[in-house]
Design a protein around this ligand. Structure first.
Ligand code: SF4
Length: 212
């Protein structure tokens, strides 16, 4: 990353970290994406139950490989067969020790913004797993909720429909058309602001772009 851009990005990350902490979430920092698996390994106790939401970030930085190979009770959605098993696993996740996810956006005033189709991910962030670890690349930081919503409509959701091979208009056009498609991935939105349960949600900021 260009040095001047890096300098601006570091200031934005520091602002977002301080604001997240004011909202009773823990904030951590890794300079590089390749440092993330070691951080996660240090954080998760051996034998704990863990699951995660669908996320390009987690696979890009090697976290899904770590979960598959580590000493965990890994509730792996990719191993579930058919809608019935997937639904059962999504419900089991509510009593997991750890839930890992990224965030569609993090605002500089300390809020996480996430939009979901099945909504298992936004539900688990809001309630259920004892600990939630949110891993965000520096590309996810936005000024405020308006920018967060715009980010979802212009980048995150259209790119995710391409990644997931969804039959939605944005997968074709690259922009949100507020569709009524059965494959719509923007059905419920969650704003994670001040938390009553201190430190349940932990946010790991990464000084490199990850996911979209
Ligand atoms: S509402 Fe529909 S068109 Fe808009 S981003 Fe979501 S899936 Fe795409």
């Amino acid at each position: 990353m260009n040095e001047a851009v890096q300098s601006v990005m570091e200031k934005r990350i520091r602002r977002a970290m301080a604001a997240v902490q004011r909202n009773q979430m823990q904030a951590f920092y890794c300079e590089r994406a390749d440092q993330v698996p070691a951080f996660v390994k240090e954080m998760l106790p051996a034998g704990c139950s863990v699951s995660h939401g669908g996320s390009a970030t987690l696979s890009e930085c090697g976290v899904t490989d770590l979960l598959a190979q580590g000493d965990y009770r890994y509730l792996d959605r990719s191993k579930a067969n058919g809608p019935e098993e997937i639904g059962k696993l999504y419900r089991e996740v509510f009593s997991a020790d750890w839930y890992l996810t990224s965030s569609n956006a993090v605002t500089e005033d300390g809020k996480l913004y996430n939009v979901d189709g099945n909504s298992n991910r936004v539900a688990a962030i809001a309630f259920g797993p004892a600990h939630v670890l949110v891993i965000v690349g520096c590309n996810k930081i936005v000024r405020d909720l308006d920018e967060a919503m715009a980010r979802v409509q212009t980048i995150a959701a259209p790119a995710n429909t391409v990644r997931l091979n969804c039959d939605t208009p944005c997968a074709e056009s690259g922009r949100c058309q507020n569709c009524h498609s059965p494959a719509r991935i923007c059905c419920n939105a969650l704003i994670t602001a001040f938390q009553r349960d201190p430190d349940r949600v932990k946010v790991l900021f990464v000084g490199e772009p990850l996911g979209f």
